[in-house]
Ligand binder design. Structure first.
Ligand code: SAM
Length: 213
């Protein structure tokens, strides 16, 4: 796997464009600058790796747009050492960005093909999540809860209660909520029973799949 000066130059331009679009957390921008996004896509698609667009991977799924990855990571407000659950491993790119920030990542994927691919690929390129699980993200990972942050990388038709229950006090759930179009929503756990909700604009994700689809 190569990461040449050309790749690094393209990545730097991408990071500059994310800064112009309003990403201000330098730790997030630095992490994006370090992860070779072209490794997460087939080799023929280099031209697509460093433009700010989502791109098809296997199993009808996508690697999220870099801006979306940056914004969701920024909204998590994580620091090194935090424990984060990601719902929707997909290509493993978001997971790698979190690992570059020193976060302990637990990640769940519902499509076996993607789970297998990411489980082999991430360690091969030096990224080691705490736990990679093949399963249903609606349920979270109660056996490893509570988490400082939970990030859902697919469009959720509703907010799964188990995910709220698995946050630490002060922890944040970043979740795009909606069917066709989603509102990026952050729930911050204020106490055992209280959550503060904020909204952060419209996005379009592939759906968070449930039991019936
Ligand atoms: N985070 C990924 C990345 O960096 O490439 C992007 C993922 S893609 C936009 C959404 C992912 O969520 C897909 O891989 C999809 O299979 C997965 N997914 C959908 N429903 C799920 C569920 N119920 N539990 C876990 N993963 C799910």
């Amino acid at each position: 796997m190569k990461d040449t000066f050309t790749h690094k130059g393209m990545r730097k331009k991408l990071v500059d464009s994310l800064r112009k679009k309003g990403i201000t957390n330098e730790n997030v921008l630095e992490a994006i600058n370090r992860v070779p996004r072209h490794w997460f896509m087939d080799s023929g698609f280099l031209d697509h790796a460093y433009v700010d667009k989502a791109f098809p991977i296997a199993a009808d799924q996508t690697i999220s747009q870099p801006y979306t990855v940056a914004r969701q990571t920024e909204l998590l407000e994580v620091v090194s050492g935090d424990k984060v659950l990601e719902i929707g491993t997909g290509s493993g790119y978001q997971c790698a960005v979190l690992l570059e920030m020193g976060v302990q990542v637990y990640t769940i994927e519902r499509q076996n093909e993607l789970f297998k691919k990411a489980s082999l690929f991430l360690p091969k390129i030096g990224y080691r999540p705490k736990k990679m699980v093949f399963g249903d993200g609606y349920k979270g990972l109660p056996e490893f809860a509570p988490f400082d942050g939970i990030v859902v990388t697919a469009g959720a038709p509703f907010v799964p209660k188990p995910l709220l229950a698995q946050l630490k006090i002060g922890g944040r759930l970043v979740i795009p909520v909606g069917e066709e179009l989603q509102i990026m929503t952050v729930f911050t756990r204020k106490s055992e029973k209280e959550f503060e909700k904020t909204e952060h604009g419209e996005y379009r994700f592939v759906p968070l799949l449930g039991d019936k689809n």
